[in-house]
Design a protein around this ligand. Structure first.
Ligand SMILES: Nc1ncnc2c1ncn2[C@@H]1O[C@H](COP(=O)(O)OP(=O)(O)OP(=O)(O)O)[C@@H](O)[C@H]1O
Ligand SMILES: [Mg+2]
Length: 271
């Protein structure tokens, strides 16, 4: 059995069969690897695991099929994505990207000019989330790469912004993404000046449009890999809709720019 050293969480936080699968998957053949298990989300089974000199994130997922679908769509379309491996049951192993979340980065403080430089990348992240109808886009589910580039993590919320709801209430999801990926970031950074917000939105919208243009030549079936017919249909509807989506974002901005508090919480967005 592996031995436990300096563990922040007990070794058996991760069941033995999952640990065995992880060791197999990573081809770690050390007779007595040293394990260190650090909880990443209090109360939830998400751990940073250091084993045999490597670091990985091991997570029990509520929706492993959605995670696989998002990871395969992102990989097929050249969107920076976390590599995900299925262990056993609903346990996943992700590459540890060793990057701060937007929340962690902002907690150190940010200058307004640097925040402006973030905007095209946040717009691109909105285009990527829109493509797969991804919820749970809070400030802990986006990592900061550098120079205003971002990478989504936590793909459980993928393909959960319902297709029919989007047809019936087309502005709702744009409002949601704008709140999470634009206003929440600005609010957390403490940048409240309305004129600066207008400029920031123009940059955000530019990044959104550019990423949509980059993604659209792939068409609906550019996504190799394990996605089902519903996901394929979803992607197809998103690819047709991009100019309309951009208009919806602008309309959502106009409606929200003067105040930012008070947008109602969305269903499926509690995690
Ligand atoms: N691949 C990764 N690389 C680096 N850090 C990660 C990675 N995956 C998760 N983390 C870190 O662990 C935290 C929790 O992971 P994740 O968001 O996947 O779990 P969760 O159960 O959905 O948690 P939450 O409720 O906070 O969203 C993230 O906010 C991030 O700080
Ligand atoms: Mg999360």
């Amino acid at each position: 059995m592996p031995t436990e050293t300096e563990a922040d969480a007990p070794l058996d936080a991760i069941p033995p069969a999952v640990r065995a699968a992880l060791q197999r998957e990573l081809a770690i053949a050390l007779p007595q690897p040293q394990w260190r298990i650090e909880p990443l989300a209090p109360g939830r089974p998400v751990y940073r695991v250091r084993i045999g000199g490597a670091a990985h994130v091991v997570k029990q997922s509520d929706h492993p099929a959605r995670v696989a679908a998002v990871a395969s769509v992102f990989a097929a379309r050249g969107i920076a994505a976390v590599k995900v491996r299925r262990l056993i049951d609903d346990w996943l192993c992700l590459d540890d990207l060793a990057l701060p979340t937007v929340e962690q980065r902002l907690s150190r403080g940010i200058r307004v000019d640097d925040l402006k430089d973030w905007m095209p990348g946040l717009g691109a992240a909105a285009a990527q989330a829109d493509l797969v109808g991804m919820r749970d886009r809070n400030l802990r589910n986006l990592l900061v790469i550098d120079g205003g580039r971002f990478i989504h993590i936590d793909y459980e919320g993928g393909f959960s912004a319902g297709m029919f709801d989007r047809l019936a209430r087309p502005g709702r999801y744009a409002r949601y993404l704008l709140r999470r990926l634009f206003f929440d970031v600005i609010d957390a950074a403490g940048a409240a000046d309305p004129a600066a917000k207008d400029e920031m939105f123009d940059r955000f919208a530019g990044g959104l449009a550019e990423e949509q243009r980059r993604l659209s030549p792939h068409g609906a079936d550019g996504s190799a890999g394990a996605i089902g017919w519903k996901e394929r249909l979803y992607l197809r509807s998103r690819m047709r809709d991009t100019p309309r989506t951009r208009r919806l974002f602008r309309r959502a901005f106009e409606a929200q720019r003067l105040g930012s508090a008070g947008t109602p919480a969305e269903p499926h967005d509690e995690r």
